[in-house]
Design a protein around this ligand. Sequence first.
Ligand code: HEM
Ligand SMILES: *[C@@H]1O[C@H](CO)[C@@H](O)[C@H](O)[C@H]1NC(C)=O
Length: 347
Amino acid sequence: MSSQPFITSGSKQKEQRPCAKMAAALRLAVAVSCALVLASACHGLEVGYYKKTCPRVEQIVRAEVKKFVYKNAGMGAGLIRLLFHDCFVQGCDGSVLLDPTPANPKPEKLSPPNFPSLRGFEAIDAAKDAVEAACPGKVSCADIIAFAARDAVYFLSRLHVKIDMPAGRLDGRASDATEALDNLPPPTSNLTELAGVFAAKGLGVEDMVVLSGAHTVGRAHCSSFVSDRLSAGEGSDIDGGFARSLRKRCAAADRIAGDEPTVNQDVVTPNAFDNRYYKDVLARMVLFTSDAALLTSPETAKMVRDSANIRGWWEDKFKKAFVKIGKHGEIRKNCRVVNHGYPHGHY
Ligand code: HEM
Ligand SMILES: *[C@@H]1O[C@H](CO)[C@@H](O)[C@H](O)[C@H]1NC(C)=O
């Protein structure tokens, strides 16, 4: 199992439960390591964090997200990606939302992985405005991203994929474009590179495979895949007919300067948060090298097949991995250095 031990896999428990389970499992373990683990893994984020300070926050965010997603499903895709891009860069701290200022002209949101493709900012603004009206100064932008991303999954899955999202994140004050470039994997990544980037955030290979399933919704700009996937003629790892249709669609890039064409990630059910992505991977009808790479090891290829074929397998794993991605950030053991080894990188 690739998951970190403090997140249970294959059970339907809420976030607090793994801690209880883990405490039991660790009863005989060295007292010192137990204390460290509990401090880092259990006293961080919690489900229902705003029960006392802003009891309606999750309903308020959900109502705003619903408006945006039902008007434009693409907003939902943007919100799901926003959590990933916030959390992989300096932890989940809302830093991806910060606009440029004279003192900081190149924040994360202007970095190539984010600009001009990242979207959903208006939905976050609307949610934050509504939350501030109800409980001023109580709810972090980082938590609003996490709730909104969770709600986007809920609506795009037609209310099937329900996630208890722990909260208690704080907003950061720094945002640097180069950090986004350094921490987010490019779509040209091979399996080794992907595994490395996710491992650096405390996420396993299985987490990486199940999270990639988010590419079952939304779009991509042609520049995200043309150069490596389409330029080499009929590449062997992409379906021929699919490649031809992409070439045709993306050729418009030459004609309309500044208005780059986009294509749907999942050609079959583009707005449905379902396991269709894995069927696309198997059919070699996915856009990125990083998507196709999931078939390049027997271990990950089996995860792709299980996601495609076993009812509920992917949804269950996705929910847990999505919560896990939302926990990136840490309470340092030594205030002078980032945490090393286990447990690192998680609230
Ligand atoms: C495994 C490594 C990953 C790579 C290399 C990758 C790369 C990309 C790229 C290049 C795009 C297209 C952006 C554009 O051109 O408009 C994209 C879109 C997207 N990604 Fe990923 N991604 C990865 C993982 C994830 C994860 C973990 C999530 C969320 C759980 C995610 C969610 C999305 C969504 C929803 C979209 C569509 C966004 C929209 O329509 O606005 N991706 N990704
Ligand atoms: C992945 O890419 C790296 C270069 O970044 C290379 O060293 C490695 O051999 C590649 N791995 C595979 C499996 O192709």
